[in-house]
Ligand binder design. Structure first.
Ligand code: NAD
Length: 318
């Protein structure tokens, strides 16, 4: 088989090739990629490929059609909405790297919470200006109601970490899981969660049902001293309404990793100018560990498929 990477996976060539050894040892060819490719370069690379390895860049139908032997796509990402539905029609198996960044995202969630709660960015600036702590008194997590919206893999990990901090765990999710209850999450309606939480943290996918789930009305339900963290998807929140609530002091702060569009974010985006808001450029998933983990999962998915026992299948199963 000719296994062709169409974009980098964020790990060095030596690591990728080491992880790919179970495949190359069996005589399969593995074509590494170390830079973002143009569409023309992808079309050229696609020829004679049996398997594509991709991350999160949109993959065009043309590139798929340029690979008449294509049988499988191993996606180093959780979402597969950037992979054309054509794969279903053509029976091209699409497998993902579900869960590769659960710890990374959950940990940054607390990075953002602590940054807001302890005024870390203003403290940094103040210290560099040879200043002192006046007006920079923070808050503690112990005893606070941590409101988790979406109690899946990441939401549950956030719950575990929140429990260690001594938070009271409340949750809202489409599916109420026993596993989440075992961690200590008490389920609420979304409106009750918005009213009761000191910290609202979002961990749902972006779907037609979750688009603008956190709208002006729901932001209006939050306590004045509450903060909102969004490491899910920008489209889940009404950014304009959130910025207005922050700027008018209706809520106390926010930590935001995701926007309606992928960063770079336009300079006039309301959250870029919102009060007491800590921003990161969609980086929650990106740690050295998660990058290596997703690379390993990409290889494992190919190995399992070659063994006739595909795992993490998302599309193309006839
Ligand atoms: P998951 O599938 O394990 O969990 C998603 C949870 O959302 C599930 O519990 C599901 O019941 C719930 N849900 C789905 N639709 C809902 C709805 N309409 N209302 C309420 N709850 C709903 O996924 P995960 O691995 O925990 O990831 C969650 C999300 O985090 C991803 O979909 C993605 O949007 C986001 N994410 C962000 C980054 C980042 O770098 N910022 C990285 C990975 C994932």
């Amino acid at each position: 088989m000719r296994i062709v990477m169409l974009e980098p996976l964020g790990v060095p060539e030596s690591t990728v090739l080491e992880l790919a050894k179970p495949l190359t040892a069996l005589g399969h060819e593995f074509v590494f990629c170390d830079k973002k490719l143009s569409e023309a370069e992808k079309l050229e690379r696609a020829k004679n490929a049996d398997v594509f390895v991709v991350a999160n860049s949109p993959l065009s139908e043309d590139v798929i059609l340029a690979a008449p032997d294509l049988k499988m796509i191993s996606v180093g990402f959780t979402g597969v909405d950037h992979i054309p539905a054509l794969c279903n029609e053509k029976g091209i198996l699409v497998c993902n790297a579900q869960g590769y960044c659960t710890d990374a995202v959950a940990e940054l969630t607390f990075g953002l919470i602590l940054a807001v709660y302890r005024n870390i960015l203003p403290c940094h600036s103040r210290t560099k200006e040879s200043g002192v702590k006046d007006g920079l008194v923070g808050n503690e997590l112990r005893g606070k109601a941590l409101g988790i919206v979406g109690t899946g893999a990441i939401g549950n990990r956030v719950a575990e970490i929140g429990k260690a901090f001594g938070c009271k765990l409340i949750g809202y999710s489409r599916t109420e899981r026993e596993e989440s209850k075992q961690i200590g999450i008490a389920y609420r309606s979304l409106d009750d969660l918005m009213k009761q939480a000191d910290i609202v943290t979002l961990h749902t996918p972006l779907t037609p049902e979750t688009k603008l789930l956190i709208n002006e009305e729901r932001i209006g339900m939050m306590k004045q001293n509450a903060i909102l963290v969004n490491v899910a998807r920008g489209g889940v929140v009404d950014s304009k309404a959130l910025a207005e609530a922050l700027n008018s002091g209706k809520i106390a702060g926010a930590g935001i990793d995701v926007f309606e569009n992928e960063p770079p974010v336009e300079g006039d985006h309301p959250l870029l100018h919102a009060t007491n808001t800590v921003l990161t450029p969609h980086v929650a998933f990106a740690t050295e560990e998660s990058m290596v983990r997703r690379c390993g999962m990409v290889i494992d998915n190919i190995t399992a498929w070659l063994d006739g026992k595909p795992i993490n299948v998302k599309m193309g199963m006839k």
